[in-house]
Design a protein around this ligand. Structure first.
Ligand code: F6P
Length: 327
């Protein structure tokens, strides 16, 4: 177990990569837990970019008032290319020294944690809080933002279904998730979709899409929803091909960044609160270089290097459930 003896007196907190609803709740939790444990905390703006620029200032319990319900991140975020190089990491470590930071709390996805791991190897202790709508980090069951994004998708599917049923159309809906199909798979079940295409599962247009839609029509259905994960892509072309082959009118909707915004759900606020507190508690106990994972409704600290190697397995039961439910 990675540990330090040095007492943590001052830390930096940043959000990095794509924003996610609940990141503000996580920042709030880190800042307030620091206040509780008598640790100074600096908010670093624009992720690792801000660390390299020394763009940070001290925060206190009041700096995070009235943010728990807001989407986005008050610290702002960025995808920083310089931080992917060794020179960038060394520069980041130097800037942390300039500001007297004893540790860094990084709220973000696996790309952001790779940066955190690299700076930890230069001697700056880190803790990662998983924040991404994609829920694609292997060592944790849950990432902050996932529930809110899925509720946004569910709401969009419900609305699209209203109009699809009036016009007897087949609606293709593309959802985010980068290379992962978790948002797609859950929202297919929640939205009662006839077909769900995810990058983890190769598919055939003829047997997995066209044949299924025709079978549904033969069973008396008059409208159909096809969820396409972003990692599959080509949603417009798929919709056009299905129209050509079946003669059924199709529409294609790419939900895009609407999925990243909005007020976080209860689940995202609660998990963010628990993870933020656990992150600071780890530092007070001398536990460093960890990812705060959510396992069985509890926060646990997982070694960051090991955690980043953990593969995420697809839930086969969910795929089967969708097959059974969409008859
Ligand atoms: O990782 C979150 C995410 O929204 C992915 O689902 C998506 O592929 C990507 O970020 C989009 O990133 P950007 O906002 O930089 O276009």
């Amino acid at each position: 177990m990675a540990e330090i003896n040095k007492q943590i007196k001052r830390i930096g907190v940043l959000t990095s990569g794509g924003d996610a609803p609940g990141m503000n709740a996580a920042i709030r939790a880190v800042v307030r837990a620091c206040t509780y444990y008598g640790i100074e905390v600096y908010g670093i703006r624009r992720g690792y970019r801000g660390l390299l620029d020394g763009d940070m200032k001290e925060m206190n319990a009041r700096s995070v008032s009235d943010i728990i319900y807001r989407g986005g991140t008050i610290l702002q975020t960025a995808r920083c290319h310089t931080f992917r190089s060794h020179e960038g990491i060394v520069q980041g470590k130097k800037m942390a020294e300039v500001f007297g930071l004893d540790a860094l709390v990084v709220i973000g996805g696996d790309g952001s944690f790779n940066g955190a791991l690299a700076i930890s190897k230069e001697g700056l202790p880190v803790i990662g809080i998983p924040g991404t709508i994609d829920n694609d980090i292997g060592c944790t069951d849950y990432t902050i933002g996932y529930d809110t994004a899925m509720n946004t998708v569910r709401d969009a599917i419900d609305k699209i279904k209203d109009t699809a049923s009036s016009h007897e159309r087949c609606s293709f809906v593309e959802v985010m998730g980068r290379n992962a199909g978790y948002i797609a798979m859950n929202c297919a079940i929640a939205g009662g979709a006839e077909v769900c295409l995810i990058p983890e599962r190769p598919f055939s247009l003829e047997s997995d899409v066209v044949k299924k839609i025709i079978e549904c029509r033969n069973r008396g259905k008059h409208h159909y929803v096809v969820i396409v994960a972003e990692g599959v892509g080509g949603t417009m072309e798929l919709a056009a091909k299905v129209k050509d082959i079946t003669g059924i009118e199709t529409t294609a909707t790419i939900l895009g960044h609407i999925q990243r915004g909005g007020s976080p759900t209860v689940k995202d606020r609660v998990v963010a609160g628990l993870m933020g507190v656990k992150a600071v508690q780890c530092l007070t106990h001398g536990e460093i270089n960890k990812i705060i994972a959510f396992k069985g409704e509890k926060c646990v600290a997982v070694d960051m290097e090991e955690g980043l190697k953990t593969p995420k397995h697809l839930d086969e039961d969910m795929l089967l459930a969708n097959e059974i439910l969409n008859v």
